[in-house]
Design a protein around this ligand. Structure first.
Ligand SMILES: *[C@@H]1O[C@H](CO)[C@@H](O)[C@H](O)[C@H]1NC(C)=O
Ligand SMILES: *[C@@H]1O[C@H](CO)[C@@H](O)[C@H](O)[C@H]1NC(C)=O
Ligand SMILES: *[C@@H]1O[C@H](CO)[C@@H](O)[C@H](O)[C@H]1NC(C)=O
Ligand SMILES: *[C@@H]1O[C@H](CO)[C@@H](O)[C@H](O)[C@H]1NC(C)=O
Ligand SMILES: *[C@@H]1O[C@H](CO)[C@@H](O)[C@H](O)[C@H]1NC(C)=O
Length: 475
């Protein structure tokens, strides 16, 4: 067993949280299922993925917690013929058992309801909630788990991002207990649900999420995509691009998803650029934030034809995430000194929330050639608002530019070959522009390619379960 060269995962997380933008890191310990991946996978904007089993030796002697109570939530068939997801409670005191079951049920309904991300495979899933009482309500912050927490979930800093597991051996023992001893309650994939109302989580061995009404389902779907399909990211700036939704540019003529292509006879790499990608985690109370970047339109002289300005990238998209900004009028976002109205990007159901939020502004006239400046600052009203947990932060800022018709197809439902730019600028291809929750975390569903891969993967897992069971029963 290889141990972490760092003092702890937490220290790493702290460094990542505070530095905000990590470029890359190497690590000795490997992912148990994918030796080509490290045991810790991080992206500066989203929850990290940690494989605790690869990082810390576990001799298996840690007992499961006492007083666990099983609540079946979605049962579609016998354990042996299903893949089981099991929610475990962390940071819920005894009196909050009902809240825990309701939180887990809402998350279950979100994923397996007919229009949900896993609605098409609900027949292959069983979902349970296991209540485990904690002695303190909530999850820890600033690197400290709460005393008497069942699994000791905590945030490394104030940021609404990673939520780590202090008692990972106990969590593993709890899952093993239901899967191997009771043989009920499943636990093919443990999900630790932290009793906290704001965004956060972790992927990997344990899917960690919070009871955030707005963000809990987003983190759950995305992390289950990694764990169950399994696929890598589709968003820019990461380094783990693999699985059914990722292929090399050189394979554009023979893509993994060629049977899904809208125009299989005419495949091209769609022309989109990402001129700027930042993960500032910047506290706006400290002052304004700005970035300066060159638009992709600068590379070529605008072509003038029929009297209109035909720049090569006529449209663009600004995507940012914020925390503790409950109203659009609390910040002034300007592009080249022009105020951008964010009211349309603050959906009704999210207005007033200080949770982390995802903001998208289509720039229908694209970006002017040359230098562009985006500036974000609190307005008077924003400055006067009381700071929520995590602080008034701009957490990420990305700009995409799209090629004109004939080079970029933006129509919904189009499956082709879209470029994804990794942390070090390498390009891989993905099937859809913005129609997969592996890319856009607030998109409610997987793209058809990932959805099909999920079904295949679950069927494979069930087949292996039966084989293993068959092998055990042989004399
Ligand atoms: C909560 O406190 C009780 C009494 O001190 C203790 O027995 C129990 O182990 C604690 N629970 C956890 C999860 O630490
Ligand atoms: C951008 O922010 C820096 C401080 O980080 C400041 O020095 C500079 O004047 C700002 N630029 C603009 C255009 O506001
Ligand atoms: C936002 O900032 C711009 C540029 O400084 C200013 O002209 C505009 O009045 C501000 N708008 C709001 C709503 O604060
Ligand atoms: C943000 O900055 C202000 C002013 O320095 C500070 O009081 C506050 O604690 C900071 N918030 C966080 C979450 O760091
Ligand atoms: C764009 O995609 C749509 C399907 O979403 C397709 O019908 C159309 O032919 C495509 N257009 C071009 C120019 O490739």
């Amino acid at each position: 067993m290889v141990l972490a060269p760092w003092p702890s995962v937490t220290t790493l997380a702290l460094i990542l949280g505070l530095v905000g933008s990590v470029r890359s890191f190497t690590h000795d310990a490997q992912h148990p299922l994918r030796p080509d991946l490290p045991a810790i996978n991080d992206h500066p904007s989203y929850p990290p993925r940690v494989d605790y089993a690869a990082l810390y030796h576990d001799d298996g002697t840690t007992p499961p917690p006492d007083r666990m109570v099983l609540h079946p939530l979605h049962i579609s068939g016998p354990e042996q013929e299903r893949v089981s997801l099991t929610f475990f409670a962390d940071g819920y005191v005894a009196e909050e058992e009902g809240k825990f079951v309701a939180d887990a049920q809402a998350l279950t309904d979100d994923i397996v309801s007919p229009g949900g991300a896993m609605g098409h495979v609900s027949r292959l899933l069983n979902i349970y909630a296991v209540f485990v009482p904690s002695n303190t309500s909530g999850v820890g912050t600033y690197d400290k788990s709460l005393p008497g927490a069942a699994f000791g979930l905590y945030r490394p800093g104030p940021e609404l991002r990673g939520v780590y597991v202090r008692h990972h051996k106990r969590a593993r023992a709890a899952c093993r207990y239901w899967r191997e001893e009771v043989k009920e309650g499943g636990c093919d994939q443990p999900i630790l649900l932290g009793n906290d109302p704001l965004y956060g989580g972790l992927g990997g061995e344990f899917t960690v999420i919070t009871a955030s009404a707005l963000n809990g389902p987003l983190v759950l779907r995305h992390e289950l995509g990694h764990s169950l399909i399994p696929v890598g990211e589709e968003y820019e700036g990461g380094f783990a691009y693999f699985g059914a939704n990722s292929d090399k540019v050189a394979h554009v003529g023979d893509l993994k998803w060629k049977s899904f292509l809208t125009l299989p006879e005419d495949v091209r790499v769609e022309d989109a650029k990402v001129p700027s990608q930042e993960y500032p985690w910047y506290n706006l109370t400290e002052g304004p934030y700005n970035i300066t970047f060159q638009s992709s339109n600068s590379a070529l002289k605008p072509v003038v034809s029929h009297g209109s300005n035909e720049s090569p990238y006529p449209t663009a998209l600004l995507r940012l995430s914020l925390s503790s900004i409950p109203q659009p009028g609390h910040i002034n976002l300007t592009l080249n000194s022009r105020h951008i109205d964010l009211s349309a990007a603050f959906p009704k159901s999210w207005v007033g929330s200080k949770d982390r939020r995802w903001v998208e502004v289509p720039l229908e006239n694209g970006l002017p050639a040359g230098e562009n400046v985006v500036d974000v600052r609190l307005t008077q009203e924003g400055a006067e608002e009381q700071e929520g947990e995590g602080g008034k932060m701009i957490t990420s800022l990305e700009i995409m530019e799209y090629g004109r018709e004939g080079r970029f197809n933006e129509s919904l439902g189009f499956i082709g070959a879209f470029p994804t730019y990794s942390m070090d600028g390498r390009v891989t291809l993905r099937p859809t522009n913005e129609e997969c929750l592996m890319r856009k975390v607030n998109h409610p569903t997987f793209c058809p390619v990932c959805a099909a891969a999920l079904e295949q993967s679950l069927l494979g897992k069930i087949e292996r379960k039966n084989k293993n069971q068959g092998a055990k029963q042989e004399p």
